[in-house]
Design a protein around this ligand. Structure first.
Ligand SMILES: Nc1ncnc2c1ncn2[C@@H]1O[C@H](COP(=O)(O)OP(=O)(O)OP(=O)(O)O)[C@@H](O)[C@H]1O
Length: 275
């Protein structure tokens, strides 16, 4: 059953006591605005007064107790193992008001979620798989560092100056790490949280379906599967089925990258034939 404060967000917010704009934390980090309250942390856009840099400051939520502090620490640990221009760099951690805070690079851009739902941008099959390839390039680095992200969703992929960046490493873990998953957890949760690259491919299968559905115009009210509704090439359908583990899944990011490249080349060729 949900805890009392989880059922009463106003009370939770009062206990969490988010910082106000203009407050300076740790004698250095000025809060500009709150970006959002996540499941375990509150994220703010801020400015590092020492360097002038824009940063994101994440504060563990008081209402989440030890879990909030543990997850913030986990995100800090994962970020410190990763150094990549398309992943926020970890700058600092500190305690303020008894709560741990994490400071990282502010990725100034637009999430894919904002693009689709806010700006109404649509993706053809080719555009969707091109974006997937860009994301996989960063995922390859994450996996090579022994990390699985486990939360690759449209709000966590940001477009910045024509390249993508991946944020929100709060659920990331080391490959093969013992994780808090039980056999009686729902299948969807087990597929998304497995400490294996497969779980990232599974999430990216859903990510790609989101992109493809952005251009979908329903023709009837009947409930159909994505395979019936979307007009996809046989290769795209076969790849999505492997990502979603409906068929034998991909085991390594390079296998998936090779397939995406082949699909893009085939589609380009088919397009030139038509012209
Ligand atoms: N490094 C970053 N650069 C720019 N914006 C960020 C960054 N990290 C987080 N954000 C933004 O801050 C907001 C809150 O993010 P956060 O990851 O704390 O929680 P969430 O994704 O909303 O929820 P949850 O933690 O439950 O997944 C989101 O709008 C996200 O886009």
């Amino acid at each position: 059953m949900k805890r009392f404060i989880d059922r009463h967000p106003f009370i939770a917010r009062w206990i969490d006591r988010p910082h106000r704009s203009g407050k300076v934390l740790f004698g250095r980090y000025e809060i500009i605005e709150e970006l959002g309250m996540g499941s375990y942390g509150i994220a703010y856009k801020g400015r590092d007064r020492d360097t002038g840099r824009l940063v994101v400051i994440k504060q563990a939520r008081r209402t989440k107790g030890e879990d909030g502090r543990r997850l913030l620490q986990r995100e800090a640990d994962v970020l410190s193992r990763l150094r990549h221009p398309q992943i926020p760099a970890r700058y600092d951690t500190f305690i303020e008001g008894g709560q741990p805070h994490l400071v990282m690079d502010y990725i100034d851009g637009q999430t894919v979620e904002d693009q689709i739902f806010g700006l109404g941008i649509t993706y053809t099959e080719q555009a969707a798989f091109r974006l997937l390839l860009d994301v996989l390039d960063v995922v390859r680095y994450i996996h090579a560092s022994g990390i699985v992200h486990r939360d690759l969703r449209i709000p966590n992929i940001i477009w910045r100056h024509g390249t993508v960046a991946i944020i929100d490493f709060g659920l990331a873990c080391r490959m093969g790490e013992r994780v808090d998953l039980r056999d009686d957890d729902p299948l969807e949760k087990r597929l998304r949280r497995e400490p294996h690259p497969r779980s990232d491919f599974y999430a990216l299968g859903h990510f790609t379906l989101f992109l493809l559905y952005s251009a979908y115009e329903p023709t009837s009210e009947d409930e159909k599967s994505w395979e019936e509704e979307l007009d996809l090439s046989p290769k795209a359908r076969a790849m999505l089925r492997k990502m979603l583990q409906l068929d034998a899944p991909y085991d390594h990011v390079d296998e998936l990258i090779a397939d995406v490249k082949q699909l893009l080349a085939e589609n380009d060729l088919a397009q030139t034939r038509v012209l």
